[in-house]
Design a protein around this ligand. Structure first.
Ligand SMILES: [Zn+2]
Length: 406
């Protein structure tokens, strides 16, 4: 692992404390609104863990799951970290670095992955500083992913096999579609209001062991994809001021994106969130698609067995494979849902929002095509379930948020 320059760390810590510099960087428009959350202290964490175990014990009977078991080691680690998301991000980073080495990719500049507390308007962003690149991962986003993963997982039945005995069969939780849609609406609204999905309160109970594992796998893979996407921007050199997208005629993806943009611009219902010209936006979109596809390669390369030195690996037998494959689809569907709610709550229900990021549906299509080109034309089961779930719940969520905002 590359050594992190001390000045980059100092820069990160300064950003955490001084939100006016975020304003200067254009990441935040009104820094006076920002209220970083207070981290949990050890004794709060102990209390939270006790509550978590009790609740899990009560709930686990509802779906034939077993209660959560946390070894005393794990508990101590959680208490020591006291809700510190940085510990988790460091773990993800380590995993991704193994994959990056396998793919023989290089970071052109030093970088640092830093947790960002709630209530910052961005999701995840990489900013170029004098000492290197800062990858800032907003807690607002990771919390949102976790909530959505929990709501999705509540309704699925899970079978665990370990190859030796019969394994466990866990039923769906006995919640109605209406309950799930209502909870999801509250979470999305809280997130849109202040990037703080937690403000929706304690909605869902803690799950048992198996279902908690599903939530954890999905959340981990999604967050890893977010970081891998940012790493891809750094590796590809997108951050450099003078970086230009090669928009030659042979760049098919660029041409497609440009065509989509042009068709958007001819639509009457366009709401523009950028002052850039079409050509420039297409260049930005091209970078995003590029970062998605390289991010995906990095995620999958991390799953190969240690001895493998193949340049690209997709291993359908890996236990995490299903979750890894579903992660981009989960994220894009979530972004899509958030955008639809935002459109509805700002009175632009039929509009197209034009930003420097391609619409989630487009990112979805490119990832799907890439799977096809890897010889995986059929999406794995969880990816399909994710898409079915989001499209099934979307209408109801939008209608509920409309009722709450008008
Ligand atoms: Zn990006």
């Amino acid at each position: 692992m590359s050594q992190k320059p001390a000045s980059l760390r100092e820069d990160y810590l300064k950003l955490l404390q001084d939100s006016t510099s975020l304003e200067q960087m254009g990441l935040v428009h009104d820094s006076s609104r920002i209220q970083p959350t207070q981290p949990l202290v050890g004794k709060d964490m102990k209390r939270a863990l006790t509550q978590l175990r009790l609740e899990s014990m009560l709930v686990a009977t509802m779906d034939k799951d077993k209660p959560l078991e946390l070894s005393s080691d794990t508990q101590q680690r959680l208490i020591d970290a006291a809700g510190n998301q940085q510990v988790v991000l460091d773990e993800y980073e380590k995993e991704l670095l193994v994959a990056i080495e396998r793919l023989e990719l290089r970071f052109p500049v030093p970088y640092l992955v830093g947790d960002f507390p709630l209530a910052y308007p961005f999701n995840a962003v990489t900013v170029l500083r004098n000492a290197g690149a800062l990858v800032l991962v907003n807690r607002g986003l990771t919390d949102m992913i976790w909530f959505a993963a929990k709501l999705f997982s509540a309704g699925v039945s899970v079978q665990v096999t370990d190859g030796t005995d019969e394994g466990d069969n866990v039923d769906p939780m006995p919640f109605t579609k209406e309950q799930i849609a209502e909870w999801l609406a509250q979470v999305v609204l809280s997130y849109l209001r202040n990037k703080d999905a937690q403000a929706a309160g304690h909605l869902l109970p803690q799950f048992g062991r198996v279902r908690s594992m599903v939530v954890a796998c999905l959340t981990n893979e999604c967050t890893k994809f977010v970081i891998a996407h940012e790493f891809a921007h750094i590796i590809k050199g997108h951050l450099a001021e003078n970086f230009r997208v090669d928009s030659g005629d042979d760049d098919v993806i660029f041409r497609v994106l440009e065509q989509v943009l042009k068709s958007f611009e001819q639509t009457s219902g366009v709401v523009r969130y950028t002052s850039r010209k079409t050509q420039e936006i297409a260049g930005k979109w091209r970078q995003e698609i590029d970062a998605d596809l390289l991010g995906l390669r990095i995620l999958f390369a991390g799953q190969a067995s240690r001895g493998s030195n193949k340049r690209f690996i997709i291993d359908g037998n890996h236990p995490l494979f299903e979750f890894t494959a579903a992660a981009p689809f989960f994220l894009f569907a979530l972004y899509h849902l958030i955008t639809e709610v935002k459109k509805a709550s700002t009175g632009h229900r039929q509009a197209i929002f034009l930003t420097e990021h391609p619409p989630a549906e487009l990112r979805h299509e490119f990832v799907k095509m890439t799977y096809g080109s890897w010889g995986q034309p059929e999406l794995p089961h969880i990816a399909n379930e994710v898409m079915k779930w989001f499209s099934g719940v979307q209408q109801s969520v939008v209608e509920r948020t409309l009722k709450q905002t008008t």
